[in-house]
Design a protein around this ligand. Sequence first.
Ligand SMILES: [Fe+2]
Length: 226
Amino acid sequence: MRVVPPIRKGSFFRQGSGINMSGERETDPIRQRLKSDGYALLKNRAVKEALNICSKLGKTIRHDDVWVDPNSRAHINSDCLLDFHTDHSRAKYIAWYCLKQSSCGGESMLLDSYKVLDHLREYEIKSLRKIYLYQHFVFEGDARSWPLLSDVDGAPQIYYASWLIDSVDQRKREIRKLNRLLNLAEKIKIRLTPGDFLVIDNRRILHGRGEIKGTKDRHLRRFWLA
Ligand SMILES: [Fe+2]
């Protein structure tokens, strides 16, 4: 069994190339890309730079190490394929900084929900707005359920994970159609390598991950930004 090293408090923040990058000058183009494409991938970035970009994009409400831990049942510690979903509704953006990639598998998968919602009729959208999914209690005051579709400042917002939809709603025609469209939708596959920094709009882009194979020593740092 692989021994997962303990998290050394602050160790991530001490790493980096020492390059004096404020991240400030890049924030606007990243925001533009997030608006147009729903995601932005930055290659070969120092940790310091990634952290600065995070701080410019929003407030970090949670950060986690994403690695394989056979002793954990958490999704972020699993090596299995993870189907498309969004994270917690409070996270406006999710950012991942890649510290290490496994020798095989572990590809990040993205799916733009806007392209799927375009194929739904107005009455189907209306019905989907009435469907609430289970939400994990992570932050004080969290609602135990959250609407699959809602609007924030005029922009559609999706909250989705097939395993968080209750069994009655699973059988509804509009959910079955949504699932069908998601299966058919174009997927973006990104294999992160050390130094890559990926940011997505969590209220638009669904994400998933291919099975982690090979050395299984993949290590990402994930940030939830609000
Ligand atoms: Fe996730």
